[in-house]
Ligand binder design. Structure first.
Ligand code: NAD
Ligand code: GLY
Length: 371
């Protein structure tokens, strides 16, 4: 079974294909888009031993040879050095403007590979094959590409859309459990901001989804991609509603900063961030208390954290440290905080400058002592 949906961006429109056992069929899926008989595959040291051969064999069956570019795994390698490694190979191998670049891996690989494709010869076609749940429902769709700078995450990049996204749910069987759960945080996010029936479906099928039951999982990935495709089609460059995809991210980025990007996965930080956003929305009386409870309960049932980080002396991180970390978020505009807040389940809004006391209260409500 396979789902196909289209992200409508005029001449830059592309399909997202979602299903099981798609890697063996990759050659057929890609063939119409590949003009030359060779492609580059950007992947990493973890994913290559798992899936590279399956991909190269499938391409070989349709007469396409591939050149693997294998980067060191890890967020700390999402940098200039890895980017240059891609450029060095493409230049040495005399790749041309019509050569296709394939990214095979999680969001780190998709973001670096996509940015390399955006820059090399001022832009070559690229195809995303995301292999983590987070990248399948979020990072591979929508054309945000880039690398980190030592002074901040994702500060250098480009909007550059792929020509195709191929999501094979089978790849999730090898994903470490913590990474899988982090992906579910982003899925819960879509339910909160845009789709109450998706949220209810998640509530009804936590165990099946954690077991990776199909066709349930494929259906859920499809629904998330459909929401993202619709949001991106309406606001590709995040001038408006695309910002809603950042629910929980202002608090979540602060958690990542406060813990030096070492102990929390992005999805885990977003999970707690979404609860804080819901608590803030409740204090501002735009979200009912029972919806806050539903959000917290679902996040907990997916095995995600529901309290923020504590400091080594066992008390919670100070509110001043939180405010300082949040003031550096990309969504701060002219010194004003802009929070994405739920208005119940299935709808969200952007709220400017809520009272600091309410922000502090929302953080405290997710503190270790309180929970
Ligand atoms: P990741 O790419 O680091 O992958 C997580 C880990 O899982 C890595 O060790 C990876 O090698 C491994 N892995 C990947 N697929 C696997 C598989 N099938 N089996 C076993 N191991 C596998 O992390 P991620 O969560 O996928 O992505 C996070 C990155 O994505 C961040 O850099 C973030 O900034 C970016 N991101 C981008 C967007 C966007 O719109 N472009 C959106 C969200 C996140
Ligand atoms: N991950 C948020 C976005 O793509 O806009």
């Amino acid at each position: 079974m396979e789902h196909r949906l289209s992200l409508d961006l005029g001449e830059r429109s592309y399909d997202i294909v979602i299903g099981a056992s798609l890697l063996p069929r990759l050659g057929q899926l890609l063939q119409p888009l590949v003009q030359q008989q060779r492609v580059a595959i950007v992947t990493n040291t973890t994913v290559a031993p798992l899936y590279l051969e399956r991909v190269t064999q499938s391409l070989q069956h349709v007469g396409i040879s591939s050149l693997p570019i294998i980067l060191t795994d890890g967020e700390s390698f999402k940098n200039w050095h890895s980017l240059n490694q891609i450029f060095d190979t493409l230049i040495e191998q005399r790749f041309e403007r019509s050569t296709v670049l394939i990214t095979l891996g999680g969001g780190v690989i998709g973001d670096i590979g996509g940015f390399a494709a955006a820059c090399f010869l001022r832009g070559i076609p690229f195809i995303q094959i995301p292999t983590t749940l987070l990248s399948q429902v979020d990072a591979s769709v929508g054309g945000k590409t880039g690398i980190n700078h030592p002074l901040g995450k994702n500060l250098i990049g480009a909007f550059y859309q792929p020509r195709l996204v191929v999501i094979d749910s089978d790849t999730l069987s090898t994903l470490p459990r913590r990474e899988l759960l982090a992906g579910y945080a982003e899925i819960i996010k879509y339910g909160i901001i845009a789709d109450a029936s998706l949220f209810s479906l998640l509530e009804a099928h936590v165990e099946g989804l954690l077991r990776l039951d199909n066709p349930l999982l494929i259906d859920v990935i499809h629904r998330c991609c459909a929401i993202k495709a619709q949001v991106v089609a309406a606001d590709e460059r995040e001038n408006g509603q695309r910002a809603l995809l950042n629910l929980g991210h202002t608090f979540g980025h602060a958690i990542e900063t406060l813990t030096h990007y070492e102990s929390w996965l992005h999805g885990e930080a977003v999970a707690v961030g979404m609860i804080m956003a819901a608590e803030l929305a409740s204090a501002l009386q735009i979200c009912a208390a029972q919806d806050v409870t539903r959000i917290r309960t679902l996040i907990r049932r997916f095995g995600l954290p529901i309290v923020g980080p504590s400091n080594p002396t066992s008390s919670n991180v100070s509110i001043d440290a939180w405010m300082d970390a949040m003031s550096r978020d990309k969504k701060v505009e002219g010194g004003q905080f802009r929070f994405v807040l739920p208005q119940g389940i299935g709808k969200a809004t952007i709220y400017r400058n809520p009272p600091v006391s309410m922000i502090a209260q929302a953080i405290t409500s997710c503190s270790a002592k309180k929970a």
